[in-house]
Design a protein around this ligand. Structure first.
Ligand SMILES: [Zn+2]
Length: 342
């Protein structure tokens, strides 16, 4: 099969479009003919190399996959050949205490398609049967592939971790990112008031179209000052973080007393400081969040089919131009998802 493969870590130029062996499925797995694979920041980290994470080489990246079932293993009973599917990115053991409790994002053996195992930047990918989600018929393959990772992550952050309640104020950082554009929609769906930040006015207008109530251009405005002004000096109940070092101080300073900061990433770096006096006197909560459960993604899919949440596709590249797609994502000029069409 044709695949995007890298043999060593580095810049976008390490990604080669080449021939790779067809994946061989296990009895509980399916082989998916990939139609679209959406990119995430995770793909950039995996390509560059992460200290302490020995990603098997050569490696095929890509976590967010839509396509058609090409082959099923002997034990597979819930999907058939030819069926369209979206894949849940998280591959967990299915047997540990966390997995049987439905908390597969707490599984110690869990990884993502395209992380410690081969992913979907290829003509075919193998995945466990339980990772097959019903296909949302109203969506293109590119749109369908744009849902799983960011929507599941944003959902888990806002609902499971930050326990968002109607009427609360939420600061969504990086509205132009996939996870940011998902968070705005989810927060609005649950009746929150949303303040969104982005680095260009064009992105801010798109955030407004998604429902953001207030906009902050972080290139020309100071986030904490604007939040104070917009909330009458109170601050927000929830800060939706994934940017890291560049925004951390502003994020903490933007919290109302009793506020919750939830984070799923550190795009600009992972060094951060916390003034403990501020943490305890204002009774703040700092919450980490990782991916989401399969069950949460099933709920997201229902809301996508119902038209309540929608994936935002910024730009589609052909598979062979994966390196250009990575460079584009790295430039942060997108609003929504960057997708490879296979
Ligand atoms: Zn497990």
């Amino acid at each position: 099969m044709k695949a995007i493969v890298f043999n060593h870590h580095g810049g976008p130029d390490v990604l080669k479009c080449t021939d790779a062996p067809d994946p061989v499925i296990h009895p509980n797995e399916v082989l998916v003919r990939v139609k679209a694979c959406a990119l995430n920041h995770l793909d950039l980290w995996v390509r560059r190399g992460i200290p302490g994470v020995p990603i098997p080489l050569p490696h095929i990246p890509g976590s967010d996959i839509s396509g058609e079932i090409a082959q099923i293993g002997a034990e597979v009973s819930t999907v058939r050949v030819g069926q369209q599917v979206v894949l849940t990115p998280l591959v967990s053991c299915g047997k540990c205490a966390a997995c049987v409790a439905g908390l597969d994002n707490h599984c110690r053996q869990a990884t993502n398609l395209g992380y410690m195992i081969d992913g979907g930047c290829a003509e075919f990918v193998r995945a466990p049967e339980v990772n097959c989600l019903p296909y949302p018929e109203n969506l293109s393959f590119e749109e369908a592939a744009s849902i799983p990772l960011v929507f599941q992550t944003a959902w888990h952050m806002l609902l499971a971790r930050a326990e968002l309640r109607p009427g609360e104020d939420v600061l969504v950082l990086g509205a132009g990112s996939g996870v940011g554009s998902a968070a705005i929609q989810i927060a609005k769906f649950f009746g929150a008031r949303v303040i969104a930040t982005a680095g260009t006015d064009e992105k801010l207008q798109k955030a407004k179209q998604l429902g953001a109530d207030y906009l902050i251009n972080h290139k020309t405005q100071k986030i904490r000052d604007e939040v104070r002004r917009l909330t009458n000096k109170r601050g927000v109940d929830v800060v939706f973080e994934h940017v890291g070092t560049a925004t951390w101080d502003d994020s903490l300073a933007s919290l109302a007393a009793g506020g919750r900061l939830v984070t799923c990433g550190a795009t600009t770096g992972y060094d951060a400081k916390v003034d403990l006096r501020f943490l305890f006197t204002r009774q703040l909560s700092l919450l980490g969040s990782y991916m989401g459960t399969k069950s949460e993604l099933q709920t997201v899919m229902k809301l996508v089919v119902a038209g309540k949440l929608k994936p935002i596709v910024d730009r589609v590249f052909p598979l062979a131009e994966a390196a250009a797609a990575h460079a584009y994502l790295e430039s942060s000029s997108q609003f929504g998802k960057v997708v490879l069409r296979v």
